[in-house]
Design a protein around this ligand. Structure first.
Ligand SMILES: Cc1cc2nc3c(=O)[nH]c(=O)nc-3n(C[C@H](O)[C@H](O)[C@H](O)COP(=O)(O)OP(=O)(O)OC[C@H]3O[C@@H](n4cnc5c(N)ncnc54)[C@H](O)[C@@H]3O)c2cc1C
Length: 243
């Protein structure tokens, strides 16, 4: 797909979550192919990878980057809410995340390179569903939940039960990813992020691991361990009394 091909797609930029959910459910009801899009760093690649028979398929893109409900990094008591359309670059710049979730900041600073960090989002990372998704790995170690919204309302799903198989999840086609919520680790709590790629930038993880120490356990989430993203959530949560 070239940039010129983008002109063949209709693009709408709703200003409220309710408008976006309505546009999504209307397109589905009419049988129009429809994609919510944020940074497009995965979506444009997905266009290339479609089977040849679908290469001429066109449809509607719903730009979610202007939805206030999907933006921002906000502290609410013990919990931080991270908008699904907030780019990695804003996570790197967040004073709150630097102080309480340095592991997330480290992860964000190693996604692709600056160009990808300025566009890419956690919402896109989650929906693409790659077993090598760095954002998902880090959020799972932090026991995050995702909030999904449709024209009929919102629901929260723990990330550990979001995926049902390779690139399959409990998200319905009429649902947008709105935000992620997680309980902030205590200031100074041990956290670590380690990613191994082919080179230091623009490189997908060959393996990565996110570690968060809790009062009585250590949560360790590896990535790229299997094609099934559920392998992450089945992995190591160790009580400190285990050895
Ligand atoms: C050069 C390069 C390097 C990369 N490096 C890394 C890396 O180091 N680590 C890594 O994990 N990934 C990497 N990626 C993959 C990609 O950048 C990330 O997965 C990114 O987080 C995708 O976010 P996006 O906003 O661009 O998603 P998009 O491309 O906009 O969307 C991806 C998918 O999610 C859907 N979607 C997007 N937002 C929503 C929403 N709010 N609700 C519902 N559906 C939605 C879209 O329909 C689409 O199916 C890289 C990609 C490239 C091209």
């Amino acid at each position: 797909m070239s940039l010129a091909d983008l002109a063949d797609y209709e693009m709408v930029s709703p200003r409220t979550l309710a408008e976006a959910c309505e546009a999504l459910s209307e397109a589905l009801a009419e049988g129009t192919p429809v994609w919510p899009v944020a940074g497009c760093t995965d979506w444009m690649v997905e266009r290339h990878l479609r089977p040849v028979a679908q290469q001429r398929e066109r449809g509607l893109c719903i730009d979610v980057t202007r939805l206030r409900e999907l933006r921002g990094i906000e502290e609410r008591g013990d919990v931080v809410r991270i908008g699904a359309a907030e780019p990695y670059l804003e996570m790197r710049r967040s004073e709150l995340l630097q102080r309480r979730c340095p592991m997330l900041v480290q992860m964000a600073s190693e996604v692709g390179a600056l160009q990808i960090q300025a566009r890419g989002t956690l919402g896109g990372n989650l929906v693409t569903g790659s077993p090598a998704a760095d954002g998902v790995t880090a959020l799972m170690a932090l026991d995050a939940q995702v909030v999904l919204a449709s024209a009929t309302g919102e629901r929260a799903v723990p990330l550990g039960s979001f995926y049902t198989g390779y690139k399959r999840s409990v998200r319905r086609a009429d649902e947008l990813v709105v935000r992620f919520e997680l309980v902030l680790p205590k200031e100074g709590a041990a956290q670590a992020w380690r990613k191994v790629g082919t080179r230091s930038a623009q490189s997908i993880s060959k393996a990565s691991v996110a570690l968060v120490a809790k009062a009585t356990s250590v949560s360790a989430q590896p990535s790229s361990v299997a094609t099934d993203p559920r392998a992450r959530s089945r992995s190591g949560r160790r009580s400190t009394s285990d050895s």
